[in-house]
Design a protein around this ligand. Sequence first.
Ligand code: SAM
Ligand code: FES
Length: 352
Amino acid sequence: MKKEFVEITDEIKNTNNITKQQLKYIFADDDKENEEYLFKTAREVADKVFNKDVYLRGLIEFTNYCKNDCYYCGIRCSNRNADRYRLTEEEILSCCDMGEKLGFKTFVLQGGEDAFFTDDKICSIVSGIKQKNPDCAITLSIGEKSKESYQRFFDAGAERYLLRHETANEEHYAMLHPASLSGANRKNCLWNLKEIGFQVGCGIMIGTPGQTVDYIYEDICFMKELAPHMIGIGPFIAHKDTPFRDKPNGSVRETLLLLAILRLIFPKVLLPATTALGTADMLGREKGILAGANVMMPNLSPVSVRKKYLLYDGKICTGDEAAECNMCLRRRLENIGYHVAESRGDHPDFRK
Ligand code: SAM
Ligand code: FES
């Protein structure tokens, strides 16, 4: 093991900070032993905070209609091959019922930016779930809205919001999105969500076209400024019906390195081992947990729509019933010495 690598890892851990040079050094290193030292150090930090508990969030993908046209995303509005669907309010509530029976205490409602789901409809769904399961936590992940809309969702009972910032660099943002979308607006949404009092999640894909280590460093700087409660990162995976169809997929190794680095910088942050990571590598989610992640998001959407919420090619778990995914994940965690937490899995600073 290289002494310099160990010193850098320890310094990141002790200062909760990283320099651009240190980030570049870690990404350029290809020694397995060094990598394992970083993962082990990050894992120990996570274990100290979370005690080998992994939080499960039941993911309900309730609409794949989207008005946006992000170049990387399989449900972009220009994709004529996407088979569009919307779940009804009743279907969403019954997904939560099923989830509750399986022991989930947190639901993530995710969808494209779909004008059919007006603020009234979202509020009615959120309060409907809360009425049936007063103790559960609801996370929304439905994109960029006005501050007033976010406030209404919060007042209806949603407590958490996921909105990956995708990249903190405006030029890079413009390589990934049409001109109608701006990184500045997305960041502004995150600040608004925070101000309202949501537990907020930002994040990026690893390996998007045009991404550089310098940009990833800018992402880390933005995260330090925002101080999010959750950070979602996963590899970019190409979708055949998007402009990025021929672009190479993001690297699993780099995703794991960044997960570990983020754990060292933000010891208490909620860090999911994402479905994209599990798609890029059969054991990707387990490797993510062993590199410092502490959240998994099994799919609760009805099997009939799973294959339609295809953000990227080859997505896993599209044929499995919720109960199967639940059992599968629990088994996978046990295999690596971790277990599913019984709590709602709030950020440590938000625990009631
Ligand atoms: N509409 C909401 C939003 O914009 O935040 C939520 C849905 S959006 C599809 C969820 C996330 O999927 C995005 O933030 C993006 O990072 C990720 N994603 C989209 N396409 C992807 C791809 N090809 N590979 C990996 N992740 C992708
Ligand atoms: Fe869905 Fe393993 S988590 S089948």
